[in-house]
Each structure stands twice: as C-alpha cells, then as structure tokens.
Design a protein around this ligand. Structure first.
Ligand code: FAD
Length: 432
C-alpha cells in the first residue's frame, strides 16, 4: 500500500491538489475541519466554498483571468471544469451557482477512491508524511500557531495591507523621474512631484473618497500594523507631506512627492510607497491617475486591507511552493501568497502535479514565466521582494514580450497566444 500525501484544507486549492494527485495514482488524506468548525466567513458544509462573490472573473482572452482559465483548462482543472458545469449567465465572466458548484466538488472528491476525507481540525503536522497546507486566508488559529515552528513568527502574516501596483511601461517617464533621496545609493525610486495646487486637489479627493466596508471580524485587527493612506490623510492637511509624500531630498520645487518602488526583479512592476489603502477600486484608480506621470498608468493590483493569513513566500518557498528548509512540506492557495479563487486553484493544481513528481522522485517542474501559472509562482517566490503582499493574476508579471510596439488589446492577445503555446509545449515535454 502506497503512503498517502496529507492535504490540509478542502478549499479550492486543497480539492484541486487532491484531484491532481489522485489522478496520478497517489493516495491522499484530505483533512477538513468543516463541518465541525468553520471560519468567520465559511457557512456551508461543502468543500471549495466560495466565501464571497460567485464570479470567477472574465473568460475573455484579453484579460489575465481569461488567460489563467485557459491554462487551467489545458492542465485539466477539476475546479474549472465544475465551474463550467454549474455556470450561470454572467456575460463574459464565469459565474457559478455557488451551492451547486461546491456540492458537485464535494461529491467528486468524496467519491474518488484515492482520496480519504478526514473531518478534523489539524493543529500539528505529521512529520513522517509529505504535507500540503492549503488552509486558506482564514486558517484556524491552532494551525497558525503550529505553523510558526516552520516559518518563524516573523514570516507568517495575518492581514493584507497592500499598496497598489502599476506596470512600469505605463508610467510617463517624461514627467516622473528616477532618483533616490539626497542621491544616496542607486536611483532606485521613481518620483512623481506635485506642486501645491496638484497636492491640494489630490488631498481633497483622497479624504472624500469612499472606502470598502470591512467585515465585523476584520474591524478589530486591521489597522494595528499599517495605517491606510486615507486614514493618515484625515489626520491633517500636511500629515502626508511629513509621511509618505514628503518632498525632501528630491526635487527642490516639489510641494509633495509620490514615490514608487520596484516590485519584482524583472522591473516590470512598481508599487506606490506608503499607499496601503482600503478605498474602493474605482476611487483608487481616479486618485492614482491624478498623480503627475501616472495619468495613463495601468493598475495591475489595487490596494487592499483585509484579514488574510499568508506566508512570507519569497522567504520560505521555492518556485514549486515547497518550503526551502522542509522539503516534505508544501503550501498552496491563498496561504501561499496568491490572491483570488482562480489563482488559489492554479496554485493547488501546480502543487498537486509537483508533489506527484516529488513523491515519484522525478524532477519537479518550473512552469515558464511566459505563462500566468509560472509568472504567479515565480512572483511569490521571488526573493528580490521585501514587504511581500499577495498577488492576483495580471499581465505585468509575465515575462516581457520581445516586440514592444503593440496596440493595447493586440499586446494582451500576444501575451495570451504566447502563454498558451508555451503551456502546451510544457505539458508535452513533461507528459503532464
Ligand atoms: C472574506 C473573504 C472574501 C473573499 N472574496 C473573494 C472573492 O470574491 N473573489 C476572489 O477571487 N477571492 C476572494 N477571496 C480570496 C480567496 O480567493 C478565497 O479566500 C479562496 O477561497 C482561497 O482559496 P483556498 O483554497 O486557499 O482557501 P479556502 O477556500 O478558504 O479553503 C481553506 C479550507 O481549509 C479549511 N481549514 C482551515 N484551517 C484548517 C485546519 N486547521 N484544519 C483543517 N481544515 C482547515 C477551511 O475550513 C477551508 O475549507 C476572499 C477571501 C476572504 C477571506
């Protein structure tokens, strides 16, 4: 009898990983604490519960979520297949009947002879087995405490306080400029200077913008470590000018300066320093475009603040989502630093494939960075990064295209076509 792989958490990532291992002939013990215990956001007894929206976003080829879905389809995703089987009309988005979706996945998992489901809250890992932790953004407290043995306290985070990320090639560098304060070290930052009138308009728009309503369970903790830019601004007209927008050591004529910091080693993404925010996405977009040099900028990820347990993946994980110093331990889903339903599914799927190879002592697969799968796994394990925040799929993380003179949608189509071709070749090369 082959030894089973333990998968903890029967969410989107855990169910997908279980299916991928089972279909490769590897037995799985899938641990799920529901229905005995539920997080603040989980209500149903079924697996792969969608805790909020019933939309899995666009299927359009010119969107990053459309590309991710195509890759999941090529890789035979159980979650995606079930989503199509339970779809409800939603234009070019894939939305599902959430009850039917989770019920069908629960049935498929429960009926799979290679998968044994154990209803139990796991707090301590069985170190004699290969373990995959996929317990999501609301991982139970007892497991978080147990996990600290593997991560250290400093590498396990409990909420997102993310600033927006924009793509470098959409910044107008004839207005923005590279310089470090007082010319110390390399010119690592991109600076956007504002005069008094521009700051005044920006400030008043910021303090009157609408925020996202936090859930009750989030309200208690959220601001403890990291204050949103709108809250800081409301403390006084000049607070930002003495904080993240201070104009010192840069442009002598500036009244305030917004700084952007490189966000990935390829230099295709930049985050807006100190702008962690809880504003509605439309309001963020409006404000960002008021910043000189960012008028036409492409926002690749909006700022968010919510309860979210996740690992400091760049420190802890390699590109196979395997713990660097505990090779028998893997992480997938939102806990591993991706953000979103489909991203969590992708991460479970890639982990399932790679654990099956690890189990059979075959070399694991680094998915190419031309694919959304490879780009996401590479982003979260990119040790370049400090202040890691989870990421959703976006075109900015893909390896740049060689030709640079595309129209907007042509470029996205080119990314899509290249990714699909590369993924097909990868599937063939590794007999996935
Ligand atoms: C409130 C909230 C709303 C969100 N809304 C959206 C949205 O609208 N769209 C979107 O794309 N993404 C959303 N997300 C982000 C994310 O995509 C989802 O949380 C997604 O379900 C993550 O998938 P997962 O498989 O990593 O975790 P989950 O789907 O949460 O699955 C984890 C499973 O692990 C179980 N578990 C936890 N601890 C233990 C333990 N110790 N032992 C055994 N089992 C355990 C849980 O019961 C759960 O079934 C939201 C997140 C949150 C917190």
């Amino acid at each position: 009898m082959k030894k089973a792989v333990n998968i903890i958490g029967a969410g989107l990532a855990g169910c997908e990983a279980s299916y991928q291992l089972a279909k490769r002939g590897i037995p799985v013990n899938l641990f799920e604490m529901k229905p005995l215990k539920k997080s603040e956001a989980h209500h149903s007894d079924y697996y792969s519960e969608l805790v909020c929206s019933n939309s899995l976003k666009s299927t359009n080829q010119t969107t990053s979520s459309g590309l991710l879905k195509k890759e999941l389809e090529l890789l035979d995703s159980l979650i995606l297949k079930t989503a199509y089987e339970t779809a409800v009309p939603a234009g070019d988005a894939l939305a599902v009947d959430r009850e039917m979706f989770s019920r069908m996945i629960t049935e498929k998992i429960s009926q799979n002879k290679m998968i044994t489901v154990i209803h139990e809250e796991v707090s301590v890992l069985d170190e004699k087995s290969i373990n995959l932790i996929s317990t999501g953004p609301l991982t139970s407290q007892s497991l978080l405490e147990g996990l600290q043995n593997y991560t250290g306290k400093e590498n396990l985070y409990f909420f997102d306080a993310a600033a927006p990320i924009v793509s470098f090639d959409s910044i107008d560098m004839s207005i923005a400029y590279k310089k470090s304060r007082y010319d110390k070290g390399e010119a690592d930052y991109i600076n956007c200077s504002m005069n008094r009138e521009q700051y005044d308009q920006f400030y008043h728009t910021l303090i009157s913008s609408e925020t996202i309503e936090l859930k009750d369970f989030e309200k208690k903790k959220i601001y403890e470590g990291c204050m949103p830019v709108e809250v800081m601004a409301k403390r006084g007209y000049d607070t930002l000018r003495f904080g993240p927008m201070k104009p010192v050591g840069l442009d002598d004529h500036a009244y305030a300066v917004v700084q952007l910091r490189q966000d990935n080693s390829a230099g295709t993404l930049y985050n807006i320093v100190g702008f962690q925010t809880n504003l509605k996405f439309g309001e963020q977009e409006k404000l960002i475009k008021m910043i000189p040099g960012l008028k036409n900028v492409k926002v690749e990820r909006f700022g968010v603040m919510h309860k979210n347990s996740y690992l400091n993946a760049p420190q802890l994980l390699n590109s196979f989502s395997q713990f660097k110093v505990h090779p028998d331990l893997f992480a997938a889903g939102q806990l591993s630093g991706v953000e979103g339903y489909m991203e969590s599914t992708m991460s479970g799927l890639a982990c399932g494939i790679n654990i099956s190879r690890y189990y059979n002592q075959q070399p694991m697969i680094t998915f190419p960075q031309e694919t959304m799968t490879g780009a996401l796994l590479s982003y979260i394990s990119d040790s370049f990064k400090q202040n890691f925040q989870p990421i959703n799929s976006n075109f900015g993380i893909l390896m740049s295209l060689e030709k640079n003179s595309y129209q907007k949608n042509e470029k996205k189509q080119a990314y899509y076509n290249r990714a699909v071709e590369v993924m097909k070749k990868t599937i063939e090369a590794y007999s996935i």
